[in-house]
Design a protein around this ligand. Structure first.
Ligand code: NDP
Ligand code: 8X3
Length: 251
C-alpha cells in the first residue's frame, strides 16, 4: 500500500541569502517544509535555494512595494520566519549616526511589520500558522555603542509579544528566537566590510553557528500545534550576557 499523500507546509524565510536565514531555509527544507526565501541579493539567495529546491524571490523588507510584490507570489503560508536584520556601527548614543539608526529601525522593526502584515491573513487561513521572529540578546539587554541596534531589537520584542497577545484565539503561534553571538556576515555588515574588525568580535571564544540558531527555529516550528514556544534565548557557552564574554588568550 502506498503512503498517504500529505501536503507540505509552506515556510517563508526573509534574509535567507546568508547566515542564519540561509541555515533556516536549509534546515526547514530538510524537515519537509516547502520554503520560499527572500533577500535583496538574488544571486546569493539563489546559490542557497537552488541546491535545496526552495523558491527564491527578491525582497527588500524596508520597501512596501517590494514586500507586496514578494507576497503576491505566495499562495499560502504556514510559517513566517522574520529573520532579515542588521546592525550598523557602534557609535555612542550621544553622537549617533542617524542614517544607521534609520536603516536599523526600517529593517529590524518596520521590515518585520511590513512582511507580517502582508502574510498574516494567509497564516491565519492556513489554520495552523506560526510567526518566528529572530530577536536577539540585544532585545533583552543593552551595551555601550549598541543603542541603535538594541533599541530596534527591544522594539521588535515588543512587537513580537504584542502580536502574540493580539492573535490569542487565532490559529497562529508567535515565537521569539533570541541568540547571543553568532558568527555570520553580521559583524562584517556592522563594520561595513572591515573583516579584520569583524573577526575580532569572535576572537578567543566559540560563537554560535547559524545552524545552531536554525535548530532552535526548526524545533519551535515542529512542536505540536497547540504548543507555543514563546522565546528561545540561545547563547554560546562562552557568553553569559550581552557584554560578558569569556575569551581564551590566542597568543
Ligand atoms: P547576515 O548579515 O549573515 O544575514 C542577514 C540577512 O538579512 C541577509 O540575508 C541579508 O540579505 C538580509 N537582509 C538585510 N537587510 C535586508 C532587507 N532590507 N531586506 C531583505 N533582507 C535583508 O546576519 P545574520 O544571519 O547573523 O542575521 C540574521 C538575523 O539574526 C538578524 O535579524 C540579526 O539581527 C539576528 N541576530 C544575529 C546575531 C549574530 O550575532 N549574528 C545574534 C542575534 C540575532 P541581503 O543583504 O541579500 O538582503
Ligand atoms: C547580535 C548580538 O551582541 O552583537 O544580535 O548584539 S550582539
Amino acid at each position: 500500500m502506498s503512503a498517504p499523500i500529505t501536503s507540505r507546509k509552506t515556510a517563508v524565510v526573509t534574509g535567507a541569502s546568508s547566515g542564519i536565514g540561509a541555515s533556516i531555509a536549509q534546515q526547514l527544507t530538510a524537515a519537509g517544509f516547502e520554503v520560499i526565501a527572500g533577500a535583496r541579493r538574488l544571486d546569493k539567495l539563489r546559490a542557497i535555494t537552488e541546491p535545496i529546491g526552495a523558491r527564491a524571490h527578491q525582497l527588500d523588507v524596508t520597501d512596501v512595494a517590494s514586500v507586496e510584490a514578494f507576497a503576491a507570489q505566495i499562495e499560502g503560508a504556514h510559517l513566517l520566519v522574520n529573520n532579515a536584520g542588521l546592525a550598523l556601527g557602534l557609535a555612542p548614543a550621544a553622537d549617533p549616526n542617524l542614517d544607521h539608526w534609520r536603516t536599523m529601525f526600517e529593517t529590524n522593526v518596520m521590515g518585520v511589520l511590513h512582511v507580517t502584515r502582508a502574510l498574516l491573513p494567509r497564516l491565519v487561513a492556513s489554520g495552523d500558522g506560526h510567526v518566528v521572529n529572530i530577536g536577539s540578546i540585544a532585545g533583552l539587554a543593552t551595551y555601550p555603542g549598541g543603542a541603535g541596534y538594541t533599541a530596534s531589537k527591544h522594539a521588535l520584542r515588543a512587537l513580537t509579544e504584542t502580536l502574540r497577545q493580539e492573535l490569542l484565539g487565532q490559529p497562529v503561534r508567535v515565537t521569539d528566537v533570541a541568540p547571543g553571538l553568532v558568527e555570520t556576515e553580521f559583524s562584517i555588515v556592522r563594520f561595513e566590510g572591515d573583516s579584520e574588525r569583524a573577526k575580532g568580535v569572535y576572537q578567543g571564544m566559540t560563537p554560535l553557528s547559524a545552524n545552531d540558531v536554525a535548530d532552535c527555529v526548526v524545533w519551535a516550528a515542529t512542536r505540536p500545534s497547540h504548543v507555543n514556544i514563546d522565546r528561545i534565548q540561545v547563547m554560546p557557552r562562552d557568553q553569559a550576557g550581552a557584554t560578558q564574554v569569556h575569551r581564551r588568550s590566542t597568543g
